[in-house]
Ligand binder design. Structure first.
Ligand SMILES: [Zn+2]
Length: 422
């Protein structure tokens, strides 16, 4: 059942324990008993939104569930109505998720602001804490609805998208208590928003590998996906001599090694062949046709485009050497979202002031910050997670690292200087 953890206005030490306790409270709010599943606009999402609203109200903050299902709380600065720094993350999850993806960023933001409330500390700007509802894009074929709405980039056509039970996004919003007709009005005036900063688990192994609790995100990687078709000649595995073969699968293997080599030569670029099919797929037949996928990501769009062009050249050369035909199709392309250099510097300075060696790293996964980047300068702080595991019940962080994340966020807020958006 829903239990609201009473915020303990303690001496300010031990943010970590409080964050972990609140994450456990939220983790109990699931659509699937025994697993962490909280889909956008589901009953568990409603419980989590109400739970957070209750926590914000206990801190004396205004908190509402807006027309797209975001929970938005506001802590005024010296002057009521001042432009706001927005902090937060998302509270929807994938099916059978972990407890930290998204939720950590919301709870850390809440806990940092709780400390300001405790000390009666006001800043020259307001702080808004947002718990977005549609980051994972699991229930509907949409994603980032909450952050897109604030950025003025919500597509009203997505209200007709349906989940697997045939319920449209518009209908689900109404059942949640929202008025979809008011989503357009959620778009913020860039003059009222100073920036967006999100704390999130890394979802990768880099921080653990470097033995660091937190890291400073520089960009959210852009991505290109290719479908590669290789056409050789099928033949009898016993009768065709090696010198006369046009083996599509052996050719694809050489291509995969070339792709891996190319990615290894570059900094911060990653390339993956995640899926391969060979036809006809029999133990005693030389494969005549192969299709495989390539996923290339980089924080630098120019580097990614160059790498994709290099991959195409190398594959063509392998195809020629091995006398197979090649067809390459781009199936997906998304530009990188760069964190604002001034926000990156300020997050980094906060990390340094907490005596942590600063490491800059790109994000390989997508985040609400991508959509918010259309509205205002954005930045992110990554928190180490065990084994880099995410989207899995085995997701794990430590209370010490959560504590450090809250300290860095609080320090960042206290030293925050508004920057001009590009
Ligand atoms: Zn997330």
């Amino acid at each position: 059942m829903l239990t609201i953890v009473k915020p303990t206005l303690s001496d300010g030490s031990g943010f970590g324990a409080r964050i972990m306790e609140r994450l456990e409270t939220l983790a109990a709010l699931t659509d699937e008993p025994g697993a962490m599943t909280r889909l956008y606009l589901s009953p568990a999402h409603r419980l989590a939104a109400d739970c957070l609203r209750g926590l914000f109200h206990q801190l004396g903050l205004d908190a509402v569930v807006d027309a797209v299902g975001n929970v938005v709380a506001r802590y005024e600065g010296h002057t009521p109505g001042a432009p706001a720094l927005i902090i937060g993350s998302h509270i929807d999850t994938v099916r059978n998720a972990g407890k930290y993806d998204g939720n950590l960023g919301v709870v850390t933001a809440l806990t940092a602001v709780e400390e300001l409330v405790r000390l009666g500390e006001r800043l020259p700007f307001a702080i808004e804490i947002v718990a977005f509802g549609d980051e994972e894009g699991v229930r509907f074929p949409t994603t980032l609805s909450g952050s897109r709405a604030l950025a003025g980039a919500f597509d009203p056509a997505s209200l007709d998208e349906r989940d697997r039970d045939g319920i449209s996004l518009g209908e689900a919003l109404v059942s949640f208590g929202c008025d979809p007709g008011k989503i357009g009005a959620l778009a913020r005036d860039p003059k009222d928003v100073l920036g967006f900063v999100e704390v999130h688990i890394e979802q990768g192994p880099v921080l653990e590998n470097r033995n660091l609790p937190v890291g400073v995100v520089t960009a959210i990687n852009g991505a290109t996906r290719l479908a590669v078709d290789v056409y050789g000649a099928a033949g009898h595995a016993g009768t065709v001599p090696m010198s006369l073969r046009r083996d599509a699968l052996a050719s694809a293997a050489a291509m995969m090694v070339a792709i891996e080599d190319l990615a290894r030569e570059q900094r911060e670029l990653v390339a993956t062949v995640g899926r391969i099919e060979a036809r006809p797929g029999a133990v005693n037949v030389i494969p005549g046709e192969v299709r495989f996928t390539v996923d290339v990501r980089s924080p630098d769009d120019a580097q990614r485009r160059r790498a994709v062009a290099d991959i195409e050249t190398r594959l063509a050369s392998i195809a020629q050497t091995r006398s197979v035909e090649l067809k390459t199709t781009t199936t997906h392309e998304a530009a990188a979202s760069v964190c604002h250099p001034a926000i990156v510097e300020q997050v980094e300075a906060a990390v340094v002031r907490q005596s942590v060696s600063p490491l800059r790293l790109p994000s390989g996964a997508g985040h609400d910050a991508m959509a918010m980047a259309r509205l205002c300068p954005v930045g992110m702080l990554f928190v180490r997670c065990e084994g880099g595991i995410s989207h899995n019940p085995a997701e794990l962080i430590t209370a010490e690292d959560a504590d450090m994340a809250a300290r860095v966020l609080l320090d960042f807020i206290r030293h925050f200087r508004p920057v001009r958006a590009d």
